[in-house]
Design a protein around this ligand. Structure first.
Ligand code: UDP
Length: 312
């Protein structure tokens, strides 16, 4: 049995990862400052191998026991959060990642950096392989998140190359599932909330921009496989199924049986127009492929929102 530290463990992905690790029989130390997450995501856990520590990753991380794995997920990952707190976003990505890497070095643990498809910005290569360097605007509003993650990747590789820390980097593409906050501003929880209230679905721009959505269970499996591997270079994890945002809105209306209409709102600055992961490396190195299709994943979310899917 390994002991894993999960930073950001009370968040959407972090809490699902804690569940997964506990189910595998590991001990889990969950660190979170509850800035953009909630203890409600952990309240179902009844396991003596689970510890919650209220901690801000901007402070040095002290843990008084051996640690085998450090999953560094803490970040202001939703546009609504990082646009509201741009300086904090940069600090979490820099000092926060430095502190998490420091813990892995001290404990001689395997380290996993949760990086992002935002590394690629508004890509000029499609789908995006890991050796594409991206097209990010450093001074635009999204730069505080994108550049913090790019810096985090550079720092992770430096700890590995210079000091021999056993590191890994996952570039996570859009992921969805239960426990997303209904007001976190992301397309899927927003559209589901609007549809269930029969309110208009707010599609930004023409809705022709694309995203590739991965169900949370598939993603968590991939994170674990990467942590268990010996890979050090970045690996994309995401579902290659690509949809326009308009298609997503129409699917949500259909499966909820909602009477909502679709309205257009202004396209955010630097909103990437296309996004689709090339997952060749994840398949080859980890033997990983996502299994849950978008419509099935959306249907799985509905009971947690108090609704059964409509059969059409
Ligand atoms: N989006 C939208 N309406 C919303 C929220 C988001 O049309 O109410 C669009 C957004 O402009 C983007 C896509 O949906 O093109 C995905 O946005 P999200 O915030 O979910 O993820 P990210 O932009 O980080 O990929």
């Amino acid at each position: 049995m390994a002991t894993a530290v999960v930073t950001g463990g009370a968040g959407f992905l972090g809490s699902h990862l804690c569940d997964f690790l506990l189910a595998k029989g590991h001990r889990v130390i969950c660190l979170d400052n509850l800035e953009s997450s909630s203890l409600a995501n952990l309240e179902h856990i009844r396991d003596e191998d689970f510890v919650f520590v209220y901690h801000d990753v901007l402070e040095r991380i002290e843990i008084d026991e051996p640690v085998d794995l450090v999953f560094h997920l803490a970040a202001l990952a939703s546009p609504i959060d990082y646009l509201r707190q741009p300086l904090h976003s940069l600090k979490v990505g820099s000092y926060g990642t430095h502190n998490a890497l420091g813990l892995a070095k001290w404990k001689r643990a395997r380290f996993l950096l949760a990086s992002t498809s935002e590394i690629y910005g508004d890509p000029k290569v499609h789908p995006q392989p890991e050796d594409y360097w991206g097209n990010v605007n450093p001074t635009g509003p999204r730069g505080v998140y994108d550049e913090a993650k790019r810096y985090g990747e550079a720092m992770t590789m430096a700890y590995h190359r210079q000091q021999g820390v056993d590191t890994s980097i996952v570039r996570i593409f859009n992921t969805y599932g239960t426990r997303m906050r209904p007001y976190d501003g992301r397309a899927i929880p927003t559209f589901l909330r609007q549809a269930l209230e029969d309110k208009p679905l707010t599609v930004f721009g023409e809705g022709a921009q694309t995203r590739s959505f991965c169900y949370v269970d598939d993603l968590i499996e991939g994170l674990y496989l990467l942590a268990m591997s010996e890979e050090h270079l970045p690996v994309n994890l995401g579902n290659p199924g690509e949809f326009t945002i308009l298609e997503l809105a129409e699917t949500v209306i259909r499966i909820t049986g909602s009477k909502s209409e679709i309205v257009r709102e202004a396209l955010p600055v630097d909103d990437p127009q296309i996004r689709q992961p090339d997952i060749t490396r994840a398949k080859e190195i980890l033997g990983w492929t996502p299994e849950v299709e978008l419509e099935e994943g959306l249907r799985r979310m509905l009971p947690s929102l108090g609704r059964e899917p409509v059969n059409v």
